[in-house]
Design a protein. Structure first.
Length: 116
């Protein structure tokens, strides 16, 4: 079992930056591919970014490519997402997840609000 806790959300002006963190409890963090998803009010949850268990590969939604960067530090059991050039449409609750062999764990989410 993996417990995930997101942090780093908040209110920022359009064009600003935020860095989200997702800390994992458990000794097997390095076995899991990690991802970030978001859910805006009244909408479904959508994929944002993912990174493989060893950090060797990452992928992004087209809407955030070039603005968001996902990274991880397996020694600290933490995955990060640097968000630059934020837009009002990035406003959402952001969730991290950990996946391996079809099993997925989710965090509780952290709110990001971008004002215009």
């Amino acid at each position: 079992h993996v417990q995930l806790v997101e942090s780093g959300g908040g209110l920022v002006q359009a064009g600003g930056s935020l860095r989200l963190s997702c800390a994992a409890a458990g000794r097997t963090f390095s076995y899991y591919d990690m991802g970030w998803y978001r859910q805006a009010l009244g909408k479904g949850r959508e994929f944002v970014a993912t990174i493989t268990y060893n950090g060797g590969s990452s992928d992004y939604a087209d809407s955030v490519k070039g603005r968001f960067t996902i990274s991880r530090n397996n020694a600290k059991n933490t995955v990060y997402r640097q968000m630059n050039s934020l837009k009002p449409e990035d406003t959402a609750m952001y969730y991290c997840n950990a996946g391996r062999a079809g099993v997925v764990y989710w965090g509780q989410g952290t709110q990001v609000t971008v004002s215009s």
